[in-house]
Write a protein that binds this ligand. Sequence first.
Ligand SMILES: Nc1ncnc2c1ncn2[C@@H]1O[C@H](COP(=O)(O)OP(=O)(O)O)[C@@H](O)[C@H]1O
Ligand SMILES: [Mg+2]
Length: 359
Amino acid sequence: MTHTPYPPPPEPSTAPEGGTTHPPAPEAPAGPAAPVGPEAPGADAALRATLAGVRAEVGKAVVGQDAAVTGLVIALLCRGHVLLEGVPGVAKTLLVRSLSAALDLGTKRVQFTPDLMPGDVTGSLVYDARTAEFSFREGPVFTNLLLADEINRTPPKTQASLLEAMEERQVSVDGVPRPLPDPFVVVATQNPVEYEGTYPLPEAQLDRFLLKLVLPLPERADEVEVLARHARGFDPRDLHAAGLRPVAGPDALARARAEVARVEIAREVLGYVVDLCRATRESPSLSLGVSPRGATALLATSRAWAWLSGRAFVTPDDVQALVHPTLRHRVQLRAEAELEGVGAESVLDTVLAAVPVPR
Ligand SMILES: Nc1ncnc2c1ncn2[C@@H]1O[C@H](COP(=O)(O)OP(=O)(O)O)[C@@H](O)[C@H]1O
Ligand SMILES: [Mg+2]
């Protein structure tokens, strides 16, 4: 049985929330102007609709996979990196390419191959014969949204160069630190690690991914729809022809992030996040539980989800919805548990069932 990913958010209403707008009176007295622009009531709902538009845009190419699409939007809101896992052919690459097409952001793609060198990712010094000097040529990490495709097909040294850039948000070559653009979000795809010819990501560095999203095989109806689109001439190499257009840019993302930062979380719910993470550290099936960094990640993703769902506060349900994608890659199973067929997902389900929910 596969566990259920969190549900896609409800369609946002276009009605302004939190009060009505007052049309400016003809002879308004001098004083503070009526709220207009980003702070106006309803701006929040409009922003949320913009981000829902990103999901709809991606849907022009990718059938289903709603939980993954929502997860990617949550990561953008948190400026966090994503690991996208699934067997070959479930549209991992298509999903991230579609997300890039739906966003007005700088985006690059690197296909990780066994012979890729660290400098191919971060950039390197090149000699200019004309000036007789070395200059830095930026690698593909100098972008806003980097698709790191099939990251586990490359050896550890090249993986490490990307993981360092992700953590430090800068690249140091020849002792000179060079900051990466803001936002800088990596979406790395990987085949399940059991696949041959893969170099699994170091456990200690998995913590650098905010979310790990798992793309399941499609439901039958979705698969039929994939074929129907192909039969109508859909070409996954030409997303523009499929109608995908940029619908949100850096401005919308920055404003949405500011809104997410205003979402409130009660101390009891903070306690709930902490208790869930602490419970993983006591699980007999795990040799490594969730770190405090993992706990802060769960706080961040729950908050973004609460905002996307149209709420100004985080509920325990929001936290529960994000436990699997936020924590599944931050725990390490004991060998005995693995032999018994216990997986990270079932351990997290046990933790969710055991920890009392605040009310
Ligand atoms: N959910 C889906 N929606 C739309 N197309 C799909 C879907 N799943 C598979 N496909 C089709 O299969 C192709 C393989 O996708 P790709 O992104 O290369 O897979 P992966 O990166 O997971 O190996 C896509 O280009 C598309 O034609
Ligand atoms: Mg692929």
